[in-house]
Write a protein of this length. Structure first.
Length: 282
């Protein structure tokens, strides 16, 4: 039977067809609201696809081909944007904070709905990637995608070679033994030690907890690189706008990554997700 013009194809389907994405993710990527609030919009019947009300989930649509509207207004997929921020201290990485604290997204003059790729604790400074390309967020924060993250760590006390070897081999935490880290001593005195540490895991407060497990308190923690993206030349609180070339280079620098799709292209549409709370967090 021939499908009538303007009728969505398999909007309510067990799995998406090529080109289709979850409807709530399309809405979130278009900046309508968070994914969860977009789900509520769908359930209340505020969303149509090619003129047909969609009020059940799962629902899939093609953002390139389908006419998707919210309260009668057709949505527009924004151009992708990417920023590398040198996050200051006491800035948080969530898009909403009931306490009204300063947010990383507020430091980027962008009228699109952007999110942080992973998290940095409020008292950790340095490299933070922000984007509206939530397909990229999904890839970089997925546990199977091993993104090297390099930190400059300053601790109280003198770390000896046996401590550094333990970091390299992995430290036992509540979740189990951490993967080995690459460690380089930058400065060392009897009173403090500064190291460069590269990890590919994203356990919650992994570096601080690892050093504490060895008996050392972290005085200062700064992320200086994400993959091949460095904050060198970016002042604290400043940012650099990135290109698709930068992002492709970032993905290539993840040598042990296990991506599930190809590198983002400028014309492709993102699939919106809510970034996990614990991925890439430090």
């Amino acid at each position: 039977m021939r499908k009538k013009k303007g009728q969505p194809s398999n909007v309510h389907s067990g799995s998406p067809k090529p080109g289709q994405q979850r409807l709530q993710r399309i809405l979130a990527a278009a900046g309508i609201d968070s994914r969860r609030k977009c789900e509520a919009l769908i359930l209340e019947g505020a969303v149509t696809v090619n003129g047909q009300v969609v009020n059940q989930m799962p629902a899939f649509a093609d953002p390139e081909k389908d006419d998707i509207r919210v309260y009668g207004q057709r949505i527009r997929q924004p151009e992708k944007c990417y920023y590398l921020l040198n996050k200051p201290k006491n800035v948080i990485c969530t898009n909403y904070d009931p306490l009204g604290r300063r947010q990383a997204v507020d430091l980027i003059p962008c009228n699109k709905r952007i999110v942080c790729v992973g998290r940095l604790d409020a008292d950790t400074t340095g490299a933070l990637l922000l984007t509206n390309d939530t397909e990229l967020v999904n890839r970089l924060t997925h546990p199977s995608f091993k993104v090297p993250k390099t930190y400059e760590v300053e601790v109280n006390g003198r770390m000896e070679s046996q401590h550094i070897e333990k970091l390299k081999k992995g430290v036992w935490l509540a979740e189990g033994k951490t993967a080995g880290a690459a460690v380089k001593v930058l400065r060392r005195t009897n009173f403090e030690t500064t190291l460069e540490v590269t990890i590919k895991q994203g356990l919650n407060r992994q570096i601080r907890r690892s050093f504490a497990r060895l008996g050392f308190k972290v005085k200062s923690l700064k992320r200086i690189k994400i993959g091949n993206l460095s904050i060198k030349g970016i002042p604290i609180g400043g940012y650099k706008e990135l290109t698709i070339g930068h992002i492709k280079g970032l993905l290539r620098s993840c040598s042990q990554a296990k991506p599930t799709s190809t590198a983002p292209q400028s014309e492709s549409q993102p699939e919106a997700i809510e970034p996990p709370e614990t991925e890439m967090k430090e």
